[in-house]
Design a protein around this ligand. Structure first.
Ligand code: AP5
Ligand code: MG
Length: 207
């Protein structure tokens, strides 16, 4: 199963990806997670990416395309993968198509998780993440419900940055909805329901 998860910041891509990974044991390729790991490790990539991420702007295409292209060469992706947060621009979508056609591994679906922007602002300002296991939770989780680790707030989860991320999504990423509709790969899922109800539709879309 080769899947792209599309959707605005906070739509629930990471939440749904976690459920898919648990059930299907596929690698989760989240460019946001890869960039945050690079920032934490202080690598050259992290230093380059941090300013863009903190402002809620996109990291340049050439940097991201190289990162994902390299990741897709790894053998664990041969049985399938879940791309989360990539592609995010037309150039990234075209580069992904070219890479997957070279690897003879076409996409099976692009799942759009659709949520109203005002719902998203509330969600992201109250999101908390586990420092230990990466679990995605909310401000209601004093410690991680999965591993007991410390919960923290992402640097880009403040209202001003969230609103910029939503503007950037509208301008640069939402055109990909038509791109994947044109390839007959798009399935739209109402993401403004209980996460398990959303997941039931995700599974149905992949059946
Ligand atoms: P990235 O990490 O990809 O962030 P994002 O796209 O902004 O999306 P989020 O991770 O914020 O949201 P999500 O959809 O995963 O929602 P989640 O499941 O966590 O990217 C960060 C930055 O990196 C970018 O701004 C950019 O700078 C850079 N970057 C990354 N990829 C790039 C690329 N390809 N090109 C260029 N730059 C790139 O859920 C959110 C909250 O809602 C949680 O609290 C969760 O518990 C809750 N929630 C989830 N589902 C539900 C539900 N159904 N009902 C109620 N609450 C829910
Ligand atoms: Mg995410």
């Amino acid at each position: 199963m080769n899947i792209v998860l599309l959707g605005a910041p906070g739509a629930g891509k990471g939440t749904q990806a976690a459920k898919l990974i648990e059930e299907y044991n596929l690698p989760h390729i989240s460019t946001g997670d890869m960039l945050r790991a690079a920032v934490k490790a202080g690598t050259e990539l992290g230093l380059k990416a941090k300013g863009y991420m903190d402002a809620g702007d996109l990291v340049p295409d050439d940097v991201i395309i190289g990162l994902v292209t390299e990741r897709l060469q790894e053998p664990d992706t041969e049985a399938g993968f879940i791309l989360d947060g990539f592609p995010r621009t037309s150039a990234q979508a075209v580069a992904l198509d070219a890479e997957l056609s070279k690897l003879e591994r076409p996409l099976d679906a692009a799942l759009l998780i659709d949520v109203d922007p005002e719902v998203i602002v509330g969600r992201l300002c109250s999101r908390r993440m586990c420092r230990e296991c990466g679990h995605i939770g909310t401000v209601a989780d004093a410690t991680c419900p999965k591993c007991g680790g410390e919960m923290y707030q992402r640097d880009d989860d403040n209202e001003a940055t969230v609103r910029n991320r939503l503007d950037v999504y509208e301008k640069s990423t939402s055109p990909l909805i038509d791109y994947y509709r044109g390839c007959e790969l798009l399935v739209t899922i109402d993401g403004d329901r209980d996460p398990d109800v959303v997941y039931a539709d995700v599974k149905e879309a992949l059946a």
